[in-house]
Every structure is written in structure tokens, then in C-alpha cells.
Design a protein around this ligand. Structure first.
Ligand code: SPD
Length: 288
């Protein structure tokens, strides 16, 4: 959610400006265009390699993406009863799909990304983020509306649903409301786990609180996990996991965890425990 009153860009810096603070990287823009949905920008930065912004907001960068993608994927993929069928809504850079497909139990992954230019430029400029996902036979890409996909999908057709969208403005706005969450619950199989990025507890405190509260109402069980994505507003981020039959996302399956943890930079069962426990005191009180 970038400010409407942006200052002129500083030469040599690319900034997301939000609520009176600039979150910037030294670098240069290497591609920029307006898709039918948003302004898509690819940059080359000094510190974190190539990166992607949508409507002036940071999405990912080559040497920072693991903070985000490992956190949104492994609590869900290690917590669900089964993981054969996975749905990723958004996630056009491929990082979430890449982490999901590291789990050998996944046999079919649908990714529904609304913006074909995000996919095309991620494949072209940020190939390391999607890694092998684009050619994995288990991976099925649809360029289309993830909200409509969730509304039309067969009841109980996915073991895991992950929403890797941008902030709740523009094309991602409908990824934070009750009707959408209810469809995500409906299409989950028994023992399934839902995951979504749930914004910053500092920079987007109210959106964060509203998202966790709504997920608790819709699913019965939902808990936020806290970590860091240094280029995002405040650097302090959250992902929220939800399920119907108890908070199964809190307890990683040891075999699945062992199979992926060695290849992770951030995630491990121990990190996950701490990250769920790291709920800020005032957020815990506000959530009741
Ligand atoms: N404010 C940034 C929120 C971005 C969430 N999605 C990032 C995409 C990474 N795959």
C-alpha cells in the first residue's frame, strides 16, 4: 500500500514509500511496464540482487525471498494431514510453488496468478526464485483470477491452500474478505491447512488484526507467525495459518520437516516454534 503523495525518487535508489517512511534499496530499474492490473517493476539492487515491485511496493528479491517463502510454506506443508493437492493463489514469482514442490508428497500443485506479466518477467529476470517449479510436471499454472478459482473449485479438493498475494489494495483486495476465506475453507479437505501472508503487525496493524480475527471466525483455529522481510514496511512481517480440526499447523510432521529443513535458510521446526510464540504482547491482547 504505497502512499499516494510520493516524493520524487532519489537517483540510484528504489523506494517503497509508506506512511512517512521510505524502504529503499540502492540499485536501478531494469524493466517497468503497466500490466492490465498494476505497475510491474524489476530492479537490480546492490545488496539483494534482482527484485520485483508491484505498484511501487516491494514483493521479493533474489537474496531476501527465503525469509518470506519458507515462512509461508513449511508450517502448512508440514502441518496438513495430507499434502497431495496444493493450491497457490498469487505467487507469480514462483517462490512459494518452488518451496511447496520440495515436498515429495505433493503430487499436484495449481497456481493461479492474475497477472501474466508478473509470471513472464519473473521467469525472465528472476529465474532463481521459481527455480525448477516452472518445468515441474506436478506444477499447473493458470493465469486468472484466484478469487473466482476458489469460488468455483470443487468442495474438499485441496489439502493445502496458500494465498501469496500483495497488500489489500488493487487486485489483491478481495483476498482478505470473508467470502473468499469461506471458499478457501470449503475447498480444503479434512485435515487441510490454509495459509496467507497477513501483513505487518507494526506497519499494517489493523489489517493484520482484522485478518487474524476473521480467519479465526471462519476456520475456528488460526494463528499468526512472525518473521522478518527487511525490505517490507517496518521489516516485520506475519503469515497466518488456519485449519478446522485444531491448530495442526503448530506441529510439523517430523519426516516431512526432516526432508526439507536441511535446504532451508530460515525455517526449521525450532524457528517455527519461536516464530509462533513471538506474537507481540499488544497484538495478543488485541486478539483476545
Ligand atoms: N507488502 C508486501 C506483501 C507482499 C506479499 N507477497 C509477496 C510475494 C512473494 N512471493
Amino acid at each position: 500500500m504505497a502512499d499516494s503523495s510520493k516524493p520524487a525518487p532519489t537517483p540510484g535508489w528504489i523506494d517503497e514509500v509508506f506512511d512517512g517512511v521510505r524502504y529503499g534499496l540502492a540499485g536501478r530499474v531494469i524493466a517497468e511496464a503497466d500490466s492490465p492490473f498494476q505497475r510491474v517493476t524489476i530492479i537490480e539492487s546492490e545488496r539483494y540482487g534482482k527484485g520485483l515491485l508491484l505498484d511501487g511496493c516491494w514483493m521479493t528479491a533474489e537474496r531476501q525471498e527465503r525469509h518470506y517463502h519458507e515462512a509461508i510454506v513449511h508450517p502448512a506443508l508440514c502441518g496438513a494431514a495430507n499434502i497431495e493437492r496444493v493450491l497457490v493463489i498469487g505467487g507469480g514469482d514462483g517462490g512459494t510453488a518452488r518451496e511447496c514442490l520440495r515436498h515429495s508428497g505433493v503430487t499436484h500443485l495449481d497456481m493461479v496468478e492474475i497477472d501474466g506479466l508478473v509470471v513472464e518477467w519473473s521467469q525472465q529476470h528472476l529465474p532463481a526464485i521459481g527455480g525448477g517449479c516452472w518445468s515441474d510436471p506436478r506444477f499447473h499454472l493458470t493465469v486468472g483470477d484466484g478469487i473466482a478459482w476458489a469460488a468455483e473449485a470443487v468442495t474438499a479438493s485441496y489439502d493445502v491452500v496458500i494465498v501469496d498475494g500483495s497488500d489489500p489494495a488493487g487486485p489483491a483486495e478481495g483476498l482478505f474478505n470473508r467470502a473468499f476465506f469461506e471458499n478457501c475453507r470449503r475447498i480444503l479437505r479434512p485435515g487441510g491447512v490454509f495459509a496467507t501472508q497477513s501483513e505487518s503487525p507494526e506497519a499494517f496493524r489493523q489489517v493484520h488484526l482484522d485478518t487474524v480475527t476473521l480467519l479465526r471466525e471462519v476456520f475456528g483455529h488460526a494463528d499468526p507467525l512472525y518473521g522478518w522481510v527487511p525490505m517490507y514496511p517496518s521489516g516485520w512481517w506475519s503469515w497466518t495459518f488456519a485449519s478446522v480440526d485444531g491448530p495442526r499447523y503448530l506441529k510439523p510432521d517430523p519426516d516431512r520437516a526432516d526432508a526439507v529443513a536441511g535446504g532451508c535458510e530460515i525455517w526449521s521446526p525450532r524457528w517455527q516454534r519461536g516464530a509462533f510464540d513471538a506474537i507481540p504482547a499488544a497484538i495478543e491482547r488485541a486478539l483476545g
